[in-house]
Design a protein around this ligand. Sequence first.
Ligand code: ZN
Length: 475
Amino acid sequence: MTDIIIHGGSVITMERDDGTGIINNGAVAIKGDKIVAVGETADIMRDYKAERYIDATGKVVMPGFIDAHMHSDMALMKGLAQDSNNWMQSCVWPYTEVITTDEVKNGSMVFLMEALRAGTTTFCDYHEYVYDIVENYKALGVRACLAQAIQALAPNASDIPIGELYPLENKYEDVGYQKNLKLINEYHMYKDGLITGMLGPMAPDRVTKEMMLEVNETSKKYNIGMHMHLSCGTREINQMEKRYGRRSIPLLDDMGLINERMIGVHLSVATDEELEHFAKKGGAMVLCSGSEAIIDGNVPPAFEFSKSSSRLALGSDQTAGGNTSNMFNEMKFTAILNKCKFGDPTVFPAWKVLRMATIDGARAMGLGDMVGSLKPGKKADMIIVDFQKPTLTPLLFDPIRNIVPNLVYAANGSEVETSIINGEIVMENREFTRVNEKELIDAANASARALAARTKDKMVKIKNDLYMMMQADRI
Ligand SMILES: [Zn+2]
């Protein structure tokens, strides 16, 4: 007897290497936290019995999304840092300097709920408060792959004139590193992998060389990833050249950090040569198309990277400038922006970006044996998408199927009806089964307003500067 059988839907397995793999009238059987069978509805219904049956006729059953890079602790700054040419120092740091842990927790929760509603089942969160918000993941019942950020920058970094070398101090990075170790020791492989850990050096310009070497040794010892913003923009490269006289990737390569445990986020300003070298040495790339486009006006070189490696994942990044944690957005932006970049509509077809959001993303994060596709033995993480909505109509099977292009180019996330993580239904018919959404939204709004009140003087000055610069009252 199994626990749940979902039947009668189109099942996207993501088990076909050169595409997606679809069973037109398929079914999935779940027992405990695992998938026990995937196949034709007639076969599964004949061979298995379940406590609960879910009819997915007219719907699509598929693996939940892997959001490979997110900063849920910045959620209270949503909508405060776009349309600026210095989004981080001017628009984010004044808030992060004074935010409290409780405010971070309340903001993170709504960011996670937004993502869960849009089909994300694995949350790769990375920032300074990750250890403090582990309870949020546990409360929602989602899969999390977590890195505590390690950085040597002083807390008053927003006072440093733009363009000057930031001072790096060991005492700050050591606090983050110890917290990262605590996170790994307490939670890595929690509930057989519902939570896993990574190391989180913030960026090569924001930790010392000694710390980068230490992180590499620790990642080898635990066999876990090093999740790091890398070659993100000219600010990072300028800092690296001023401090070491080297660009980021060549310096890290000399130090032995470019290896199969390195997860490089953005790689926006990596040269073609650096990118190829990074990919061939086994590094994984995380692409945050929406966030990068909005905060930097940039399309990261993911298509170039994909010529050397499939270890390519998508991430929603931060809401301060990216404004959403919706992975449908990331798939759509990734396909469209890259087609525009190359003036070629064949670049990054829908099936390819769907792989990045599921199986390729899972493999890039070191979770490929556990999640990312629907296969017996894997963890039961999946979503049911309702194709009986105007956005996803018509649903065609023959002679050509339109399911995958419509998932990428037409869906907006509101069609995700049910979400199952680790065998448990955590959202059903768009209702969360474990948390009260309204109460959590009220708490986040109250925290955001309290934070805004505390930063008022500083932000009024910045608002005036931005107004002068942009000649438009958008704020
Ligand atoms: Zn980031």
